[in-house]
Design a protein around this ligand. Structure first.
Ligand code: DAH
Length: 340
């Protein structure tokens, strides 16, 4: 037994450790209840009485030295790991923070709002799930009239009177029904149409509706407002062109084109070699629409317009596929103004 004690004593003295794991190994071998020292204590019970006292003293010394060595190893371990804190190369470049960026559709929306706010337009909002009346009937779409089919509608199956709005024109109605004129507002929002998804069409997209109703509002106000908008949005050189068109809720109606930003009128594939690109539908609010909202068309007149935010964004940033806006591809999104 004496020999064994000597042997273990040596092992303890010679033990060196550099890792947390080996400190734990030391604990298991020499300090724990199942370790070598404890085993010797068990054997002590079998030793003859006259040797017991002397061996007991030696064994106790062994136990103490194992414990103090263990404490020493632990302390050494802790101080080296805290030393590691300063073991960093402070000259290395930092890992940059990953900040997100504004969605290009939002950037366009913010800019549109900014331009119209300066002209005294408020921003208004309305529901995306809408009644047939607000989306069609009040806007002078006759029942069962083919004009309703101009826009492929998603109806709610359980109640065909409820649908996903096909345009933001529903907000015009909500505004005029609930408040008193005059109105000067723009209404940005998401709209839905039952269309096959492609580079040029999507089942949801975004529009900004505009409405200006007051006494003596004329077509020249419409034209000048949109001309001002086009120059602010696309640059001072931009020209506009109005083409006669049809919408049930305006009379007369016009489509607004701007001179092509890419080729400046020379002709390219963006403007399909016409020199012009369409950006909005517009017109003078139809007297029936005013009447449907309880406004006297003899007293008040107004103009309205609606434009696609995707379309304007595609022109602004030369984007050629509508699907990019909703695919959430970080390689696309990170090219736009970062959020700060
Ligand atoms: N609602 C029309 C559409 O989605 C766009 C539009 C055209 C809105 C003329 C208007 C307007 O307010 O006056 O196609």
């Amino acid at each position: 037994m004496k020999d064994q004690i000597e042997k273990i004593k040596k092992e303890i003295e010679e033990f060196t450790s550099s890792t947390k794991q080996s400190v734990e190994e030391f604990r298991l071998q020499f300090v724990s209840k199942k370790g070598k020292v404890s085993t010797l204590f068990d054997q002590l019970k079998l030793v003859a009485a006259e040797e017991k006292k002397e061996l007991g003293i030696v064994l106790n010394d062994l136990k103490k030295s194992a414990e103090s060595k263990f404490a020493e190893l632990q302390e050494a371990m802790e101080s080296t790991s805290s030393n590691n804190l300063f073991d960093v190369d402070l000259t290395l470049p930092t890992t940059p923070n990953k900040t997100g960026s504004h969605h290009p559709l939002n950037l366009t929306r913010y800019r549109i709002i900014e331009i119209f706010e300066r002209l005294g337009f408020n921003v208004e909002d309305g529901p995306e799930i809408e009644s047939d009346w607000h989306n069609f009937t009040a806007l002078n779409f006759p029942e069962n009239h083919p004009a309703r089919e101009m826009q492929d509608t998603f109806f709610v199956e359980k109640n065909p009177d409820v649908l996903l709005r096909t345009h933001t024109s529903n907000v015009q109605i909500r505004l005029m029904k609930n408040r008193k004129p005059p109105f000067r507002a723009i209404m940005p929002g998401r709209v839905y149409r039952n269309e096959a998804i492609s580079a040029r069409a999507h089942c949801f997209f975004h529009q900004v509706e505009g409405l200006y109703v007051d006494k003596n509002v004329g077509f020249s106000d419409l034209k000048q407002t949109l001309y001002h908008f086009a120059k602010e949005m696309f640059g001072k050189e931009t020209k506009i062109r109005l083409r006669p068109s049809f919408f049930p809720f305006t009379e007369p109606s016009a489509e607004i084109d701007i001179s092509c930003l890419i080729c400046h009128g020379k002709g390219c594939n963006v403007c399909k070699y016409s020199g012009w690109v369409e950006i909005a539908g517009s017109g003078m609010v139809h007297p029936n629409v005013l009447r449907n909202c309880g406004i006297d068309p003899e007293e008040y007149t107004g103009f309205a317009f609606g434009m696609g935010i995707e379309r304007i964004t595609m022109l602004r940033y030369s984007i050629n596929d509508l699907r990019l806006f909703s695919e959430n591809d970080i390689r696309f999104l990170k090219q736009f103004k970062p959020v700060i």
